[in-house]
Write a protein that binds this ligand. Sequence first.
Ligand code: PLP
Length: 439
Amino acid sequence: MTQSLDTSHLWMPFTANRQFKARPRMLVAASGMYYTSDDGRQILDGTSGLWCVNAGHGHPKITAAIQQQAAQMDYAPLFQIGHPLAFEAASALAEIAPAGLNRVFFCNDGSEGVDTALKIALAYHRIRGDAGRTRLIGRERGYHGVGFGGIAVGGIAGNRKQFGPGLAADHLRHPLNIEKNAYSRGLPLHGAEMADELEQRLLALHDPSTVAAVIVEPLQGSTGVILPPQGYLEKIRAICDKHGILLIFDEVITGFGRLGTAFGADYFSVQPDMIVCAKALTNAAVPMGAVIVKQEIHDCFMQMAPADSIELFHGYTYSGHPLAAAAAIATLKVYKEEQLFQRAAELTPYFEEAAHSLRGLPHVKDIRNLGLVAGIELESIPGKPGARAYELFTKAFWDKDLLTRVTGDIVALSPPLIINKAQIDVMFGSIADILKAMK
Ligand SMILES: Cc1ncc(COP(=O)(O)O)c(C=O)c1O
């Protein structure tokens, strides 16, 4: 199939296009834990697609809900008109969100979710007469999607440098400290004091009264599984509270059971003012993102805006799209019926043990894990950053029928929550074989 396919017209996202097109890796079907490649192999999905297919591929109840909705009503807007499924989806999401976060704004993905949350934060301060709060704070190595807001608060140099200065944002340092925390299981012990620099460095520099919001991923996924040290997020929350700054958790990866709880906020028992989610909200079957907002913030807009006026000048043609709403409702039901968040929590010790069994193998520098997420950091080949992990990724795909995800020289694993122990063994066993054979 691949030989006859014209690959020239598609400009692929976040891909070395020329390298990919020289030997395309093509997937043509998916079911449960496996993709089917175009050469007919069953590929074990070690990454839930892109951290998003938490209920496994092609879940029949989610598929049926989408099919049924497509036949009943393909599209309806949410601007000054409504359709019941969008409201039902919002209620279903509010039901599993941390207490107090119960107002939902729909968008289409994580990037739009981040931009939406940042705009709500700016508008919230403004509507309360605190318009001087315009500064946003993110974190180095944070990934918040690719909108202009997201790349401003994001801390990935490569995602910023092609696009100019962007919005005013500053950044906390990331808390990864391999020297002190190598091979930590679960949350690292050392480094909670890194949260203090929010107050001591950034707020001291900018003046807290100019800061609108701090945004962090509870667990930094995309840049290689960077975990918050014990007590770190609690400190960030306390500093934000002290200075009237909103705290946004970007839970695009940690939402929907990845850590064994509905949200990372539940896992860490830290309540943000807003949660951004996307990906597994619909099990990735239809694009959808959402910002879950504290009721007080939402109510402030409702109370302060002039009567009969639009309270927030923001929205997308596809906000609450009927197919996405149907998929979200069905997905949240599946998570509940199949107790998948609990399943992830129960599998975590086994997954952790399997991940750490790679310790001591050639080139392994650190292993980090939380919930059903593992990061395996490899020693870089001098002068060729990323080459070692990329080699592992391609060998896994071609020789071991395993889909992994790599960033720099870090291999990240985040399988669907339906994975079983035998499949966990296959996943880490395959990686062990590849590492042992690597020069
Ligand atoms: C934490 C986080 N935020 C935002 C995004 C962007 O989401 P999307 O690619 O759906 O725009 C991602 C994507 O991986 C993410 O991991």
